[in-house]
Design a protein around this ligand. Structure first.
Ligand SMILES: [Zn+2]
Length: 150
């Protein structure tokens, strides 16, 4: 069943964010009428939240080539900690914890762990970390999207 995991390596941003559970990415792959994003790495633009103010190693190399923030000598920097605090408080997840997991157990184990954590029991889709909904099968969500798009 391992090859069914839709959470792939390129969906894990340098900051540790799992784009696969981001509501904007899920809107993108499920073609919902709302703010969409193909994921941080696939988008291949400078990270607005971190890299605009980044003075670490990621500042000097191309975003696409940046591997993970933990490779930076300033990890975890002020910007990353600020974002991490917000995510802990609002969404019960942590980019820094994600990065520590990747550092200790490797990316492949992280992808599998994330899939176990965020998989929808009903349809096998992915549940958003931002609103706790499965964008693939949640009828309530789909209905709201439809109404909003009118
Ligand atoms: Zn589902």
């Amino acid at each position: 069943m391992k090859n069914m995991n839709p959470i792939t390596k390129e969906l894990i941003a340098p900051c540790g964010m799992n784009c696969a559970v981001c509501s904007r990415y899920l809107a993108h792959i499920n073609n919902l009428k709302r703010s969409q994003c193909p994921g941080c790495r696939p988008r291949n633009k400078t990270c607005f939240y971190l890299f605009a103010k980044c003075t670490g190693v990621n500042h000097r190399i191309k975003y696409r080539d940046a591997v993970f923030c933990f490779e930076c000598d300033q990890f975890p920097c002020k910007q990353l900690k600020r974002m991490d605090d917000r995510y802990r408080k609002n969404y019960g997840m942590s980019e820094i914890d994600n990065l520590e997991y990747i550092r200790q157990h490797g990316i492949e184990n992280f992808l599998e762990d994330q899939y176990q954590k965020h998989r929808c029991e009903r349809c096998g889709g992915i549940i958003s970390a931002h609103n706790g909904k499965c964008f693939q099968c949640d009828e309530v969500t789909r209905l709201i999207e439809k109404l909003e798009s009118r």
